[in-house]
Write a protein of this length. Structure first.
Length: 107
């Protein structure tokens, strides 16, 4: 006998960081400046700098999770206030720290 009622369990709905992001009212194209467009990069990073910290960190965390080990050439736009190259560097540092922590825990 199936007791499924179709009712949704009583779960807490999480608020998406985009609700509070400083980027919510800005043209998304601003966050995808052409390579070498220093002014465009700085403009996007300035908007990110005004973002509430939890939203900015959630944005950056999402970017790092989505991009994983991709090369900088496959990381597009300014996300969490960082360029693709900066995010790749941060990803590598975090990966190295996790590896060291695992090795120390195993020792």
């Amino acid at each position: 006998m199936n007791h499924y009622t179709g009712a949704v369990p009583d779960t807490q709905r999480l608020v998406d960081w985009r609700t509070f992001g400083a980027c919510r009212a800005v043209d998304p194209d601003l966050f995808f400046p052409n390579p070498g467009d220093t002014r465009g990069i700085e403009a996007a990073q300035q908007i990110c700098a005004t973002c509430p910290v939890p939203a900015r960190m959630a944005c950056l965390t999402e970017a790092l999770r989505e991009e994983g080990g991709r090369q900088p050439s496959n990381r597009h736009g300014i996300r969490g206030g960082l360029t693709g190259t900066q995010r790749r560097s941060l990803y590598e540092k975090q990966r190295s720290r996790r590896k060291r922590a695992r090795e120390q825990a195993a020792a």
